[in-house]
Design a protein around this ligand. Structure first.
Ligand code: AMP
Length: 295
């Protein structure tokens, strides 16, 4: 496994890879790796010749400075996991390698800033106005900004994302389509702990007690999957609210049942091709998200 820190090193290395006509699979991450991330590495290895993983805690997607500062950073352990998983290339840039001081100072991660889209206008429309987009202003602009930069550097054949971040996946699909990038997006299933809790780097910050409480989230999602055919959406929302109230440690930020393509709220089942139930909660100051595709 090769660990590279600069754009120059990465570009040079990838040129050699491309010269040999190898296909490249890319997995962008923010590190603090767990089996969920490693499942994306394995998915890429099954389909591609060379697997590239990036570890970069992207400052422009954090709307809460405290969250950015507290984000777990475990580079050594991450490299060990990637080595064991037989990842080929790991890219771990400094912030200055990705962003100019102006981009950071001016917080120019807005869609109006066309420096990262090569002059093209990108508009996520209603996709970015709901759920995470509504609760974390600027978050998806920051995600789109860093992903578009990384995709242009790595130029993979396929890029791998987890369905755990369901809305992010929809945003990336829209980004790749709008920028007309010749890259296939592969969605990978959510990997869970034995309790059902979706694996997340943020879980590391949960106490033992909070981790037990957090399992309620997936428990509710699995119950919804079993229940939704027998209930109306208002009934399901009430069911979820009542369940959440049983644990005073959990603060519900949002729960939505939405069209899985447009991510807009639905009022009845059956009127859309697909539906997804999505959650965000806070537990001991830590924000967790999860979702389940109902149909
Ligand atoms: P992150 O490091 O949180 O930015 O995540 C990097 C990638 O790993 C994203 O595509 C996530 O959706 C994916 N991911 C995170 N957690 C999981 C999980 N539990 N199962 C599958 N993929 C995941």
């Amino acid at each position: 496994m090769v660990v590279l820190n600069t754009l120059k090193q990465l570009t040079k290395h990838l040129k050699k890879v491309r010269d040999q006509n190898y296909n490249i699979g890319f997995i962008p991450t923010m590190g603090a790796l767990h089996p969920g991330h490693i499942s994306l590495i394995h998915a890429a290895q099954q389909q591609q010749d060379i697997t590239v993983c990036s570890i970069f805690v992207n400052p422009t997607q954090f709307n809460d400075l405290n969250d950015l500062l507290k984000y777990p950073r475990t580079i050594e352990a991450d490299c060990k996991l990637l080595e064991e998983a037989r990842c080929d290339i790991v890219f771990i840039p400094e912030v200055s390698e990705i962003y100019s001081p102006e981009e950071l100072l001016l917080k120019k991660n807005s869609l109006e800033d066309k420096s990262w889209t090569e002059g093209k206008t990108v508009d996520f429309g209603l996709l970015a106005d709901v759920m995470e987009g509504a609760h974390r202003p600027g978050h998806f602009n920051g995600v789109a900004q860093v992903v578009s930069k990384l995709l242009k550097i790595v130029r993979p054949n396929k890029v791998y994302f987890g369905q755990k971040d369901f809305q992010q996946l929809a945003i990336i699909r829209s980004l790749v389509k709008q920028l007309n990038l010749p890259i296939q997006i592969i969605a990978c299933p959510t990997i869970r702990e034995p309790s059902g809790l979706a694996m997340s780097s943020r879980n590391e910050r949960l106490s033992h007690k909070e981790r037990i409480s957090a399992a309620l989230l997936s428990e509710i999602l699995f119950e919804l999957k079993d229940l939704y055919l027998q209930k109306t959406i208002p009934e399901l929302k009430l069911f979820v609210a009542n369940k959440i109230m049983t644990d005073p440690m959990i603060e519900l930020e949002y729960f939505e049942i939405s069209d899985a393509e447009t991510l807009q709220k639905i009022t009845h089942f059956g009127l859309t091709k697909s539906a997804v139930a999505c959650f965000a909660i806070k537990l001991g100051g830590i924000r967790l998200i999860d979702n389940i595709v109902l149909y």
